[in-house]
Design a protein around this ligand. Structure first.
Ligand code: GDP
Length: 329
């Protein structure tokens, strides 16, 4: 990648994993930098990869499942990027360096990119940088897997970044079913019972899960397919990939997918403005219709909104957003 001109998506594709790592580091260091923003908006318009969210309580076997999925995708000659959102770290400044050791992947494989991200200030939620990172990755890789701890999270949800959401529970863990019944867990597209080698237990967990889904008030819950997998033995993984691909095929036309992602981008923009500028900032941005048009190029819109809100805060405590806010779309 050249340092002089703003990098394009074509530059990034040529630069490979090292280029992506540099770009993510740049994003963490200077979220609003103009060169990164134009790259992000370009990538946003070229999101060919399929984004799969894997969520569930700690210890259910998400990392083990992700490793098995990576192997399956690589065997099919598909490239894979993974973002593991680490909820335990609140270190400011974004990502933890290095990959999660629990994921067993070949570091030499140019078709696999793994990244951990700290959840930062959003308690239990997704990292602020997850959406921009996903946008870059889905322009570069066939599959993007976002792994999160998904019980009890509220504001920022995996459905805001993933096309297909997989919720994992393990046998003999009534807790997660309770969460599901109580509606604390957002509705997944696919439910997975891990540790299928714990035979009777896994079957029982699947039955419990099925009745929990049937009892749920939301009709969509009753439609969620349930699969039992044993990731270390790679049992049930091909079937799970088939179910994931089936869900992808139900997402509709490329235009429908673009619309869904534009909606996600609008949600991200709203969350970001809320996190940084508070409810008043968000209200002011809304009043000026900025959020409606912004999802077409959400990252530049964010920079414009934040510049306007900052300028406005400096000039007056009570004023409204001034003419500094250009049309975002
Ligand atoms: P995560 O916290 O959800 O990412 O869970 P991990 O993937 O780290 O797995 C938690 C523990 O469960 C580890 O000790 C794994 O070895 C174990 N584990 C994962 N999958 C299976 C499985 O299919 N069968 C059995 N028996 N253990 C598993």
């Amino acid at each position: 990648m050249t340092q002089s001109a703003a990098p394009t998506l074509a530059d990034l594709r040529k630069a490979g994993k090292a280029g992506l790592a540099r770009t993510l580091a740049r994003l963490e260091a200077a979220e609003g930098a103009a060169d990164v923003l134009s790259l992000l908006d370009e990538a946003f318009g070229d999101g060919r990869g399929h984004v799969i969210g894997i969520t569930g309580p700690p210890g259910v076997g998400k990392s083990t499942l992700v490793s098995a999925l990576i192997t399956t995708f690589r065997d099919a000659d598909q490239t894979v990027a993974v973002i593991a959102v680490d909820p335990s770290s609140k270190r400011r400044g974004g990502a933890l360096l290095g990959d999660r050791t629990r994921l067993t992947v070949d570091p030499e494989d140019p078709g696999i990119f793994v990244r951990s991200m700290a959840a930062r200030e959003e308690l239990g939620g997704l990292a602020a940088l997850t959406t921009p990172a996903v946008v870059l990755m889905r322009a570069l890789f066939d599959r993007v897997i976002v792994e999160t701890v998904g019980v009890g999270q509220s504001e920022t949800a995996i459905g805001d970044v993933a096309d297909t959401v997989v919720f994992a529970v393990q046998p003999a863990s009534g807790d997660s079913l309770q969460f599901m019944k109580a509606g604390i867990v957002e509705i997944p597209h696919i439910a997975v019972v891990t540790k299928g080698d714990m035979q009777g237990h896994a079957d029982r967990a699947a039955r419990e899960l099925e009745s929990a889904l049937q009892l749920a008030t939301d009709d969509a819950m009753a439609q969620v397919p349930i699969q039992i997998v044993s990731a270390p033995e790679r049992r049930g993984i091909d079937e799970l990939v088939a179910t994931i691909d089936h869900h992808r095929s139900t997402l509709g036309t490329p235009q429908a997918l673009r619309d869904a992602r534009a909606k996600q981008a609008g949600l991200w923009l709203g969350h970001r403005i809320h996190d940084v500028f508070g409810r008043r900032g968000l209200e002011r941005a809304r009043q000026h219709g900025i959020l409606d048009a912004a999802p077409l190029r959400p990252f530049r819109a964010y920079a414009e909104v934040s510049a306007a809100l900052e300028a406005n805060d400096k000039s007056t405590q009570s004023g409204t957003l001034g003419s500094t806010v250009a049309s975002p779309a």
